[in-house]
Every structure is written in structure tokens, then in C-alpha cells.
Design a binder for this molecule. Structure first.
Ligand SMILES: [Ca+2]
Ligand SMILES: [Ca+2]
Length: 181
């Protein structure tokens, strides 16, 4: 069976390199990033998920929520996640620099390039908060405890991660010799 992310693989690797995501365990940055995207969207760039439990009138961020509480407002919903990496609407609003409470049509986040970039921007912030510890960073990895320990030889992958390239591959070597911007 072909993974849903397969046609984006080169773009995924490029995004991981561009945003300097770290390698983790036996996974290259591109490999675990692809696994994360598979978990989030199955590789469907138009994936969208409404988070009803966050779209509430009495939530802390309710004052900056421009849509109707308790109602799925479709592409205008800020309490829905969008795209390959399922970035939340209120995070997308911040990423594009729109002031809190701005009503946006989030269709732009269903573009695969945009989705990859937005996912990386969120990951970079999450990883900075954990000192680069991937296991304690992205929520979708935290929700999958089987990702948080080294995999035993021959153990099946619960997420259909691709076979990883050797740890001493060009991606890691290139990064090691380069100063951080
Ligand atoms: Ca709503
Ligand atoms: Ca909302």
C-alpha cells in the first residue's frame, strides 16, 4: 500500500531541511515529520477537523473568537485544524500576522506547500520550548507513546513510517557542519 504522504516526500524532506528540524532516535528529520503528517492528515492536504470542545463561548480565548460558539463555521472556523499538519485556525491567524479576532477564510491552509510550512513553523516553536526534545514537543507525538521510546529491531511500526535512511545520511552531515542562522 502506498503511503498517503508519498507524493509529498521530496517536499517534506525539503521543508524539514529548510526549517532545520532535528533528527530523532533512528529517524531523520524528514522521516519523523512524514510520520507526524501521516498521523495528522493521512497525507490529505485538504484535511480539516472541527474541534467542538475548543469552540466554546466560555473559553479563555472566546473574546478573540470571530465565529459562532458551538457551531462548525466551515472554512471560517478558527477552532478547526487544517491541512497536512492539521494546524489550528487560531495558530494560522497568528502565523499570517492577522490581529486576534480577525475573521479569516482558512482555505489557504489546504495548499500543500503552505501546510508544510505552517506545520514547520509550529514545530520550530514547540521544539524551542522543549530544548529540541522531539519526544516532548509535538502534541501528535506525545499522544503516541510508542514513538517515545527506541524501537526494538524488527518491531512493527504502528504508524506507517517509511524506512529511514542511514543516520549518517547527507541531511544530518550537512546540518552538523553549518552554523545556525
Ligand atoms: Ca464556531
Ligand atoms: Ca471558533
Amino acid at each position: 500500500m502506498e503511503l498517503g504522504t508519498r507524493r509529498f516526500r521530496r517536499a517534506i524532506d525539503a521543508a524539514a531541511e529548510l526549517y532545520r528540524l532535528p533528527a530523532w532516535q533512528e529517524f531523520t528529520a524528514g522521516a519523523w515529520f512524514e510520520g507526524l503528517l501521516l498521523t495528522e492528515s493521512s497525507g490529505d492536504p485538504t484535511a480539516r477537523r472541527y474541534e467542538r470542545h475548543q469552540d466554546l463561548a466560555d473559553r479563555r480565548d472566546a473574546a478573540t473568537d470571530p465565529d459562532q460558539p458551538g457551531v462548525d463555521d466551515g472554512r471560517l472556523e478558527d477552532d478547526a485544524s487544517y491541512g497536512l499538519g492539521q494546524v489550528m485556525g487560531y495558530n494560522l491567524r497568528r502565523l499570517v500576522g492577522a490581529p486576534p479576532g480577525t475573521r479569516l477564510d482558512f482555505t489557504f491552509a489546504l495548499d500543500p506547500w503552505f501546510g508544510l510550512g505552517a506545520s514547520c513553523r509550529v514545530l520550530v516553536v514547540e521544539l524551542a520550548a522543549t530544548g529540541g526534545d522531539v519526544a516532548r514537543g509535538p502534541g501528535s507525538i506525545q499522544r503516541r507513546p510508542d514513538w517515545r521510546r527506541p524501537r526494538r529491531p524488527g518491531e512493527p511500526l504502528s504508524v506507517s513510517l517509511r524506512r529511514v535512511r542511514p543516520a549518517r545520511g547527507p541531511q544530518r552531515d550537512a546540518r552538523a557542519g553549518r552554523a545556525r542562522r
